[in-house]
Design a protein. Sequence first.
Length: 296
Amino acid sequence: MGTSSLFRALDSGVSPLPVQTDAAWERSVQCAIALTRHYYPNGDASKHMTLIGSLAKDTAIRPLADVDLVYALPVGTQQRVEAMSGNGQSVLLQEVRRVLLGRFPRTEIRGDGPVVVVEFSSGVSVEVVPAVAVTDRSVFRARCLVPVTRGGGSWELADYGAQWDAVKRLDARRDGQYSRLIRYMKAWRRTKAAVLKSVVLELMALDFFRTWDSEGKKATHVYDDWLVRDFLGYMVDHQDRTYRLPGVIKELSTGYGWRIDAKESFDDATRACLFGDESPSYVINWRKVLGGGFGS
């Protein structure tokens, strides 16, 4: 098997199955329906829900652990919360939690501001972000205020739509190469048990593609080994950076728990590329980076 076949097989092997994505979508819809019955009696749940996160960006890998959902609360919710004594944002999260408990009484549901996590006993969980002042409501977009419970409670601007747009525009220009890279890197993160947030990984990849020499390397898996190797090298060289989230004035640090893993994997990936895809050492070294499923 050549590079293209090996990486194509890996991508297929780590990508969620349709039955998994269908189940995740169904559970998110059920959560939205429960909230709609409470906040918009006889309303259409699809008008108030926005799917975000890896499932919307096509960057998820299996097993699909959770699906992220923004739910737009009624006009006036922000004013109602601000009129409460004490931490109104915390009260709001508990209110949303109680509504979801009414629909899923035997399910563990907890507030973890700004998210209410519906932890189903099997399969994918749903992380609901209750939001106010939502604009540009559609399946994949949302600019909104989300409740932050720390420090006595506050609102934080989030622009999930801008994040989605940045990812999807780049992915379209690169024939799906961006989302492929994120899936590979999530497989790497799992293989190495590296501590690195998905959103930081995505922001790093957005910056990486601004300078990566990619002429003629987009539509094929032939250069995916160079892609992963070079991105690991980029990670090693950008260990102390912060990255700005699209659409908002907020920066995220890369954190510290992944750096040794990235350097070891960059060295293994470099060795693999030196051997070439016909050598057994090519597969052996890539398995150190991307897991035992590579080449199997």
